[in-house]
Write a protein that binds this ligand. Structure first.
Ligand code: FAQ
Length: 333
């Protein structure tokens, strides 16, 4: 019943659904204001449903695409311990994608539709996962900065108004917290190592710093969805508020590691100064990188499509096995 409207993927201004009266919208807002959780069977405005589908599916896609840059390093991890930890982390990210797809499905969209939107490039995912992982230090920087930014953004979502999304986030945040610590530990080991290792850690910070602060989305002035999402308590803080918190926490960590400010001649702690230093970094290049037409995005999507095609026979075999089990079970009983 809801799927007809889903082709818009939350981007078009939605007409009021039949029967969506101002009184209903007011009652809904009152529940949100009273911190009630909205559950799948509750009435909700169509635009609320669409906003959630857009955000949760983008979030799920980010977790799934985000497995790729780290997955590339599993065979090259420098010790058995690091390999085991990285395998566990990558597996966790896959699990996060699955919880989130399940949460989005409660809104009336199917997993197949979400995958189709990812593979066709109509759905977005966090642009950070289009950047290459060149050295082992990048795995440290991803854990420390990318998972660190993810936690900063996602802890408030544990209190978001939509029950299934809020509940999925509780476990995800616990796991992301472990991911952040393992990344920081890699950075600490490198920062305390040889000159070459320290240089590798510094180079990783220089390359991942900007993309990680872009994870919070465009600046508030350019954000399309923040104001309404905050009214609905899907978002609790604006993009710039969260970004500033992240900078405030991360800068002392960089100093503890003995790493230098990645921006030549600028104070690392000042996000606003950073914006005025290099407005291009957050503006045009960020939006370009999040579009399917960007070469890095196109490559990542091509890799996903190839993986989807290569895995087709596995899904078919699993479905055939499940069918066989179902027909055998009653006979056995
Ligand atoms: N990249 O109006 P806003 C992770 C788009 S999980 C690309 O501010 P909103 C775990 C946005 O979609 C990381 N596009 O939008 C991990 C919108 O496009 P549209 C993912 C971006 O939704 C770690 C347009 O810009 N986390 O890292 C990005 O209110 C390590 C206007 O933006 C989440 O998804 C971007 N970075 O706020 C896995 C958290 N940012 O649809 C593996 C949940 C924005 O209008 C390894 N999501 N855009 O065409 C959110 O909190 C929000 O969706 C924001 C964006 C804050 C990301």
């Amino acid at each position: 019943m809801y799927t007809q409207a889903l082709d818009t993927h939350g981007k078009e201004p939605l007409p009021a659904a039949t029967g969506e009266s101002p009184a209903q919208a007011q009652r809904f807002q009152a529940r949100v204001d009273a911190e009630d959780k909205i559950e799948p069977k509750d009435w909700m405005p169509d635009a609320y449903r669409q906003t959630l589908i857009r955000q949760i599916s983008q979030h799920a896609h980010s977790e799934i695409v985000g497995m790729l840059p780290e997955g590339n390093w599993i065979t090259r991890a420098p010790s058995l311990r690091r390999k085991a930890v990285l395998i566990a982390k990558v597996q966790d990210e896959g699990g996060h994608g699955m919880y989130l797809y399940s949460a989005a499905e409660t809104l009336g969209i199917s997993r197949a539709q979400m995958f189709e939107q990812l593979l066709s490039g109509t759905a977005k995912y966090s642009s950070i996962f289009n950047y290459p992982t060149l050295t082992w230090a990048d795995i440290g920087a991803i854990g420390w900065l990318v998972d660190g930014a993810a936690i900063m953004n996602q802890i408030p979502i544990c209190r978001c108004s939509y029950g299934p999304y809020a509940r999925a986030m509780v476990r995800i945040c616990k796991e992301e917290s472990f991911h952040q610590r393992q990344g920081f530990e890699i950075m600490l080991t490198l920062a305390q190592g040889s000159g070459a290792q320290r240089a590798m850690a510094q180079d990783a910070l220089n390359r991942w710093w900007w993309p990680s602060i872009m994870m919070f989305g465009p600046s508030d002035a350019d954000s399309r969805h923040t104001a309404q999402s905050m009214r609905w308590k899907i978002k609790r803080f604006s993009n710039d508020e969260l970004r500033q918190k992240f900078v405030d926490i991360t800068v002392p960590q960089a100093q503890f590691l003995g790493l230098r400010d990645p921006r030549p001649g600028a104070a690392l702690g000042s996000w606003h100064a950073a914006l005025s230093d290099r407005p291009d970094r957050l503006g045009a290049s960020f939006m370009r990188c999040s579009r399917a037409t960007d070469p890095a995005t196109a490559n990542a999507l091509e890799a996903r499509r190839a993986a989807d095609e290569a895995g087709h026979w596995v899904r078919e075999a699993a479905a055939a096995h499940a069918r066989k089990q179902r027909t055998r079970a009653p006979q056995a009983a």
